[in-house]
Design a binder for this molecule. Sequence first.
Ligand code: CP
Ligand code: NVA
Length: 301
Amino acid sequence: MRHVLEIDDLSVPELERILELARRPVAEVPPLLSGQGVACYFAKPSARTRNSTEMAVVQLGGHPVYITAEEVGIDQRESAEDVTRTLACYHRAICARVFEHELLERMAAVDVVPVINLLSDGGHPLQAIADVLTIEAECGPVAGRNIVYVGDANNVARSLVLAIGSLGGKVTVVAPPDRRFNEVDVDRLSAAGAPFTYGDRPEAVTDADVVYTDTWVSMGQEGERDQLLRTFEGYQVDDAMMARNPDSIFLHCLPAHRNEEVTDSVLDGAQSRIWPQAANRLPAVRAVLQWLLEVNTEGGA
Ligand code: CP
Ligand code: NVA
């Protein structure tokens, strides 16, 4: 059975097929989930991911069921494996936002229904698919584009590098030395054919087609907030940085911590495309669900 825990679970043709499904009008979406459920498990808060996932299930004719971590108590009330088997009794797929990526791997290993990563400490693949849709709509094909990611080499950055690299684009990461990818990340990104380079601020932005940032304090890191704010001093995306290339666009996965990693003036300015980017979360998750339902029904690849 196929699962989508990270972009490199997909071959390049599979990623391209998902992008093609995402571009189709809603009227052409088949009711593959008619009369069926999708479990939407959240161990962390969410606005975009929860709402886009629930509405994607509705557009596919199904019924989403929102489940909190407190309710099912994974590995406290019941093991992750038994929760997975239980949810599979009622649902065609499990979509889950978790702290540790390893939990998704345990759920997927049960192999009873497809599991989709709605964000873990490892990655955020649905965000990266929405980012590609946005870049294509705003700048044309990703191949040959330079995406300059300014900030923390985190879950969002990891999935972004994998997606952009798979499609022939390039990511330049501008991050403080102790917030760069670790050796395991570097090996995985290069094994997936998704090389990246490090650049300096603000010069790297001069060649950017896209300037991208994310929060400096990811969910679960709130206790390190003061230290992280000090580490990222000087990495804020502001008007002066965006002025290095007035033809570039600005993206942010959101939620933005206004005037920390990015200023209000950039978020709300002429180069910002954050709202089309947020809107693209819906076709992205719908396409992943559709692809997984189709590929697993066909007997899997
Ligand atoms: N970008 C994103 O995943 O947003 P939420 O945390 O609101 O779902
Ligand atoms: N890196 C952020 C992304 C939020 C969508 C986090 O993990 O909290």
